[in-house]
Design a protein around this ligand. Structure first.
Ligand code: DGJ
Length: 720
């Protein structure tokens, strides 16, 4: 295109946008178009693949008028409760005079760099809503949030405050959701959405994602597929209660409403205060494979804390000792960490409490002083010993929680979330501190600060959170009890902001009794997260498959443990190899060759981690579809790739087809080598040490699965 025609088409777009008030929000491949109708209502007129000719926007039609010409039904970008729309609204506000309705009209918008803001106003009540759309063009991710403000005298309550409302029109819609439970995180389940509503939500507060994870995928026009079909992939960045509502209306339009869960959270908003909703992130991709690569790249480029920095392999003592340890045992484990060749030793739960020592999970939580008779020389001694062994030191905390049997609970009962006049319900014998209260925020920050001041060489913290919020009542909030779930998360973020600012070099694992906290905004503060307490490698294949839909490998802690001893150490290590590798196992209980395998695997992992952590993920064979699982990572230059292949329980006489690889350069030649063999072992894969073109590998493929129970193969491809 010449410069003149380019200028002319920009001019046309400009003229067009002036006349029709069209707001186009684009990434490299996705486009969302909003238009203002004659009643000044903001409507979605297009969401799909980016249009090639921007002048075609003039062809887009407004949603049809509803019951009368002055009303609109459907496709309003931020539909309100109580006026024309009959379906689940995004926004509901109860004005000071008790009126629960509003009508939001377009005022103005601005577009600068990658940020679009559109302000809407109720012309009857002084209420303003600003919608924000931030685009990440290369990753094709769009971020949406809203800010709500009013100038009313008296009490104004927000009943609903979604981050996003999107509409789709397709012959059918298939939802994939991620059900969860302790040790059963990210169970992918799919089904067709029929007329009516399907809600996926959480109302657990702190351990918010225990039962449902804040991710979804929707196949538009058919069930989601790995590399085909259009899929909407979305997630809410909020370390608390979330809610996705999928509603198919009477015209078979799908409405997707995403935001903080408003249940039990009618928010009392002060005059002039700004309520910022959570962030919703989405992409529209060709298959979940493309969507996952986009999300992982986006996480690595824009979201994950210290994404560009290295990560440390580690030895954790939790499953090794549980609460039963002393200095001697820990020093021995530090020696094992050195022997293994990991970067860090992580001391888990059980190191604190004196009046009520933390000997089990029934006491001591909240009292963050080292147990003197257990560790007489304190944490500084362990940090020193770690250093002598050439490993960094990390420590477990659970600073938002308290056992009633603790000095903290005795001293500050007013700091606990608990009902004033009812029996208290405990989850894992503990209660949640009231992070709405700034004094509690100071205390929680002080847990990290205290440890760091005493031990500036601590490199890593595992921040656990084992209880949901039970007994929902904040002594601090008084009449604003509806604000609890929201203000709690804001309080948590305030603490984490302070931690991040004061200790920018500290690595932190987000943990919640397994994967009970796993959202993308949490990962702005945490460098990694604990996917599940379930480290049975077979289960982990499914859990990792699930998280890999959105999360980068670098952030997914994967530890080798004793869960499922039927699986060889090689199989267990090879599964953990896909994530951020760690160990939580007694080395002395391993055979010499198993120990040797672990040592060599750690070396290989360190050599290969850049490609293992590459966002270019290709999920080739799904464990959900049979007895095997194969995934592949490719680096950005397409010169280096790793294939991870696992056989779970192959059927008798099963046909084992070649697996076609992906993401390679067809014209390049690759040497294929099976690596990570047991000491003295040999590869039996026919492709081992052979050279193939990328074209062959992607069209014909290679045999990487086997008929053996619980077998695994790690295969490296290098461009010659
Ligand atoms: C739950 C975590 O998921 C475990 O890894 C461990 O840290 C325990 N808490 C400690 O209580």
């Amino acid at each position: 295109m010449t410069k003149r025609t380019l200028l002319f088409s920009y001019f046309l777009i400009f003229l067009f946008s002036l006349s029709a008030q069209t707001i186009s929000i684009t990434t490299d491949h996705v486009q969302l178009v909003l238009q203002v109708n004659s009643q000044k209502r903001l409507c979605q007129t297009y969401l799909g693949e980016r249009l090639s000719e921007q002048t075609d926007l003039s062809q887009l039609s407004m949603p049809q008028a509803g019951l009368s010409s002055s009303t609109i039904r459907g496709l309003e970008a931020y539909p309100v409760m109580g006026t024309e729309d009959y379906y689940e609204p995004a926004f509901e506000i109860r004005h000071a005079d008790g009126n629960p309705t509003s009508v939001l009209k377009y005022q103005q918008h601005s577009q600068q760099d990658n940020l679009t803001s559109i302000s809407l106003r109720d012309e009857v009540y002084p209420v303003e809503v600003t919608l924000y759309y931030k685009t990440f063009p290369q990753e094709d991710v769009i971020q949406q949030w809203a800010e709500i403000r009013h100038e009313e005298k008296g009490k104004v309550y927000l009943g609903r405050y979604a981050s996003s409302m999107l509409y789709f029109e397709a012959p059918n819609y298939y939802l994939t959701e991620f059900a969860s439970d302790w040790a059963k995180e990210m169970q992918m389940q799919s089904g067709e959405l029929q007329f009516g509503k399907k809600v996926v939500d959480s109302r657990l507060g702190t351990r918010a994602n225990l039962m449902a994870q804040p991710f979804f995928e929707i196949g538009l026009g058919g069930p989601v597929r790995e590399e085909e079909g259009t899929v909407l992939m979305g997630t809410l960045g909020w370390t608390g209660n979330f809610r996705f509502t999928f509603e198919v209306d009477n015209q078979h339009v799908l409405r997707v409403v995403s935001g903080i869960n408003h249940d039990a959270s009618t928010y009392l908003l002060g005059k002039g205060d700004v309520f910022r909703t959570a962030d919703f992130f989405f992409t529209l991709a060709k298959g979940t494979g493309e969507g996952s690569r986009r999300f992982q790249r986006w996480m690595m480029n824009h979201q994950l804390r210290k994404a560009k920095d290295d990560r440390m392999t580690l030895l954790n003592n939790w499953e090794n000792t549980y609460f039963d340890f002393n200095e001697e045992k820990l020093v021995a484990l530090l020696g094992e960490a050195k022997d293994l060749g990991v970067d860090l030793f992580l001391l888990d739960d059980g190191w604190f409490g004196n009046k009520y020592p933390r000997r089990d999970d029934r006491a001591g939580l909240g009292d963050w002083q080292v147990t003197k008779d257990k560790l007489p020389q304190g944490i500084p001694y362990l940090v020193r010993k770690a250093k002598e062994n050439g490993v960094a030191f990390g420590i477990w905390i659970e600073p938002e929680m308290v056992n009633p049997k603790s000095e903290l609970a005795e001293k500050h009962p007013d700091w606990l979330i608990q009902l004033p006049s009812r029996d208290t319900y405990y989850f894992r014998n503990q209660q949640v501190l009231d992070l709405c209260n700034p004094k509690v925020q100071d205390f929680v920050f002080g847990v990290v600060d205290g440890l760091m001041k005493e031990n500036p060489e601590i490199r890593f913290m595992k921040w656990d959170c084992n209880s949901p919020i039970t007994n929902i009542y904040s002594p601090y909030l008084g009449e604003k009890q509806g604000n609890l779930y929201v203000d709690y998360v804001r309080g948590l973020y305030r603490v984490l902001d302070r931690v991040q600012e004061k200790y920018p070099d500290l690595y932190m694992m987000m943990c919640s009794g397994g994967g009970g906290r796993s959202d993308v905004t949490g990962l702005r503060y945490f460098t990694e997260f604990w996917c599940s307490d379930n480290t049975d490698p077979i289960e982990r294949l499914f859990i990792q498959w699930g998280y890999s839909q959105f999360m980068p490998a670098k952030a997914m802690c994967a530890h080798v443990t004793e869960w499922n001893r039927r699986a060889s150490i090689k199989f267990r290590v090879d599964v953990a190899f896909q994530g951020k590798l760690g160990f939580d196992i007694g080395l002395k209980d391993l055979s010499t060759s198993d120990r040797q395998y672990c040592r060599e695997a750690i070396k290989e992992y360190k050599r290969l981690k850049d490609v293992i952590w590459s966002p270019n993920l290709y999920r080739l064979v799904s464990p959900y579809e049979g007895q095997h699982c194969v995934v592949q990572r490719v680096d950005d230059s397409k010169s280096h790739s790793i294939v991870f292949a696992y056989d779970i329980h192959p059927r008798y006489g099963e046909n084992l087809p070649c697996t076609r690889l992906m993401g390679l350069d067809p014209a390049a030649k690759y040497r294929v080598k099976e690596i990570c063999l047991m000491p003295g072992g040999q590869s039996h894969l026919p492709c081992h040490d052979k050279v193939y073109t990328g074209d062959y590998l992607m069209k014909v493929g290679i045999k990487v699965t086997s008929p053996d129970d619980l077998a695994s193969h790690i295969i490296e491809l290098r461009q010659e």
